[in-house]
Design a protein around this ligand. Structure first.
Ligand code: PLP
Length: 411
C-alpha cells in the first residue's frame, strides 16, 4: 500500500472555519427565527461586486481568445510581461522602490504563494510565526514537515511563535534567538495592526544580521490610510537582500473568486546550500514556476492590469472606502458597547477583547445567541488570540449598520 504524508496528521482537526460553520448550523437549526436575522461578520471574504473596469477588460480578453487572429494558448509561466511591468512600475518604482519587472511573479493568489514558497526553501530552517496570525503560514509549514507535534493550545513544537499582544500593540519585536524564516503580515489579519518604518527596519536589521529571510504578506496594503506606514517591506533599505513580498488582488480589487496575486522575489536575495554555497533564490523560484505551473489565465491577468487604469484605481479606491467606512461604523459601535478594540483604521478588521473575561468561543456563542452576529474567535488564529475576537468589515453598509445597532444591546 502507498504511504501518505503523515505531516497532515499533525494538523489540528478542529480547524477554525469548519467549527464556526458547525456552531452556526446548529444554532440556526434550533432557532429558525433568529436564523433569518443572522449577519456574518466572520469570514474574511469581500462582499461587493468586481470593479467595472476589470469586468469590461476581462470580457474583451475572452473575446480575443475566441478569434483566430487574437487567440492565445499557454502564456509565460511567470505571468505576462504587460502585468509584471505594470505592477513593478505602479506599485514599486512610482513609489521610489527599486523592483525590476522580472522580479514580479504572477500567481493565482497569495494564499497559494505562501504555500508554494516552501518548495524552494530547505527543510532545516527554523521558522518564526506571529501569534495570532493568518493560519496558512503555520499549517503549510506543518504539512511540509517543518514542525513537531501539536500541543494542547493548538501550537506546534519546533515553531518559534512571536507573541502579538496589546502590550506590543500586536507588532512583535525580533526575537533574541536565531531563526531562518520570519513571516510578517502587515496590515495584519486578524489584529488590524500595522508596523511602522522603524519597526520594520528593526526586522530588516535582524534578518541581515542572522541571514534570515522575511516573508512579508502585504495582502491588505491598499487599506493603509496613515501616510507614515510603509506599504511594502522594500521601502526599508536593505530589504532587497532579505525579503520576499506577497501581494494579492483579492482584497483591493475584490478578486477573491477571480484569483490573482503575485510575489516579489528580488534577484539580490540569497540562501545557502547545506555545503555553504550561496545562491540566488530567484533562479529557483523561476524554475519552480516553469516546472509546476502554466500561469494564470489571460483574461484574469488583463483584469488585474485594469485595476491600475485610472478608472480601475478609482473603483478600487471606492471599494476600499466602502469597507473602511464599515470598519469605522463597527469600531465606534464596539467602543460604545464597552469593548476594548484594536485595528479597524488601516485594515478591514476590528480586533476586540472579549467581555467579562469570556473565552473566544464563549464570546462567539454570546454574539451568535444574543445578537445573531457571527464573528471569528481569536484563538483560531493562534494561542495568543484567546480572549479576543475579530469583527470583519467585509459586508454591505446595511449589515454593518445593523450590527452596530445590535452591539448596543451587548451587556
Ligand atoms: C485574504 C488574505 C490573503 C489573500 O489570499 P488570496 O489567496 O490572494 O485570495 C493573503 N494573506 C492574508 C493574510 C489574507 O488575509
Amino acid at each position: 500500500m502507498a504511504y501518505l504524508n503523515e505531516n497532515y496528521l499533525k494538523l489540528q482537526a478542529g480547524y477554525l472555519f469548519p467549527e464556526v460553520a458547525r456552531r452556526v448550523r446548529e444554532f440556526c437549526g434550533a432557532n429558525p427565527e433568529a436564523a433569518k436575522r443572522l449577519i456574518r461578520c466572520g469570514i474574511g471574504d469581500v462582499t461587493e461586486p468586481l470593479p467595472r473596469a476589470a469586468i469590461e477588460v476581462m470580457k474583451r480578453a475572452v473575446e480575443e481568445l475566441g478569434r483566430p487572429e487574437t487567440f492565445r494558448g499557454y502564456g509565460p509561466e511567470q505571468g505576462y510581461e504587460f502585468l509584471r511591468s505594470t505592477i513593478a512600475q505602479r506599485d514599486y518604482r512610482d513609489r521610489k522602490v527599486d523592483i525590476a519587472d522580472d522580479e514580479i511573479f504572477i500567481s493565482d493568489g497569495s494564499k497559494c504563494d505562501c504555500g508554494y514558497i516552501l518548495d524552494i526553501l530547505g527543510d532545516r530552517n527554523k521558522v518564526a510565526v506571529p501569534d495570532p496570525v493568518y493560519p496558512v503560514y503555520v499549517d503549510t509549514n506543518v504539512m511540509a514537515g517543518h514542525s513537531g507535534p501539536s500541543r494542547k493550545d493548538g501550537s506546534y513544537e519546533g515553531i518559534a511563535y512571536l507573541p502579538c499582544t496589546a502590550e506590543n500593540q500586536f507588532v512583535p519585536e525580533p526575537p533574541n534567538e536565531h531563526v531562518d524564516l520570519v513571516y510578517l503580515c502587515f496590515p495584519n489579519n486578524p489584529t488590524g495592526a500595522v508596523a511602522s518604518r522603524e519597526q520594520l527596519a528593526r526586522w530588516v536589521e535582524y534578518a541581515r544580521a542572522h541571514e534570515a529571510i522575511l516573508l512579508f504578506d502585504a495582502a491588505y496594503e491598499a487599506y493603509i490610510s496613515d501616510p507614515e506606514i510603509p506599504h511594502s517591506i522594500f521601502e526599508i533599505p536593505g530589504a532587497r537582500e532579505c525579503a520576499i513580498e506577497f501581494r494579492s488582488f483579492s482584497k483591493n480589487g475584490g478578486f477573491t473568486g477571480v484569483r490573482c496575486g503575485f510575489t516579489v522575489m528580488p534577484k539580490s536575495l540569497v540562501a545557502r546550500t547545506e555545503s555553504g554555497r550561496r545562491m540566488a533564490l530567484h533562479a529557483l523560484w523561476y524554475r519552480r514556476w516553469s516546472t509546476k505551473a502554466n500561469g494564470v489565465s489571460y483574461p484574469v491577468q488583463r483584469g488585474a492590469e485594469a485595476l491600475y487604469s485610472s478608472a480601475g484605481r478609482k473603483q478600487v479606491r471606492a471599494l476600499i472606502d466602502h469597507y473602511m467606512t464599515n470598519a469605522k461604523i463597527l469600531r465606534a459601535a464596539a467602543v460604545d458597547a464597552g469593548l476594548e478594540v484594536f485595528g479597524g483604521t488601516n485594515a478591514p478588521y476590528i480586533w476586540s477583547k472579549t467581555l467579562d473575561g469570556l473565552t473566544s468561543w464563549q464570546m462567539f456563542d454570546r454574539m451568535l445567541g444574543d445578537l445573531n452576529v457571527v464573528i471569528t474567535p481569536g484563538n483560531g488564529f493562534g494561542a495568543q488570540g484567546e480572549g479576543y475576537f475579530r469583527i470583519s468589515a467585509f459586508n454591505s453598509r446595511e449589515n454593518a449598520e445593523e450590527v452596530a445597532r445590535r452591539l448596543k444591546k451587548l451587556h
